[in-house]
Design a protein around this ligand. Structure first.
Ligand code: AMP
Ligand code: ZN
Length: 140
């Protein structure tokens, strides 16, 4: 389903113009309007899914193959030295557009800011066991 009030639905389906890198029956890949680095891409499904929780296996199955091709293109075409794949779900995770998308961000060995960072903490073995069990038990 498409959503009338969703800008990524309109872009993905060509109702609003974009700098398109790739298109097929399921996805459109565009350049991010406010790129973190040169060649920052967004993979947009043509159907509307709010986030990863709604994504059908059929779509997620094809997604990583496409991300790999785009990573290779960034290396070959833009001489990228690395690539970050970033995918935010929910406000707490920094999602600002509520239409599933994956960022493919070429990285250059120029000492620029890290894109994805976190502070590593010490872990407690007993808590880790509990967490692993909770997650495992919650899988559907
Ligand atoms: P996120 O924080 O993961 O939801 O990322 C949303 C991304 O969409 C940001 O990197 C924005 O720069 C990008 N963005 C928002 N509107 C547009 C647009 N009209 N065309 C291209 N990129 C956009
Ligand atoms: Zn949408």
């Amino acid at each position: 389903m498409k959503k009338d009030d969703c800008i990524f639905c309109k872009i993905a389906n060509g109702e609003i113009g974009s700098d398109t890198v790739y298109e097929d029956d399921m996805f459109r890949v565009i350049l991010d309007l406010n790129p973190g680095t040169k060649g920052h891409m967004l993979i947009l499904p043509k159907e509307h899914y709010d986030d990863i929780y709604e994504l059908p296996d059929e779509v997620s199955g094809r997604l990583m193959g496409l991300a790999r091709k785009l990573a290779c293109a960034a290396r070959k075409g833009l001489s990228a030295d690395g690539v970050n794949l970033v995918q935010n779900n929910g406000e707490a995770a920094g999602q600002t557009v509520k239409h599933f998308h994956m960022h493919v961000i070429p990285r250059y060995a120029d000492g620029s800011e890290p894109i994805v960072t976190w502070t590593p903490h010490d872990s407690d073995p007993a808590e880790q066991k509990e967490l692993a069990k909770s997650l495992s038990d919650s899988m559907e």
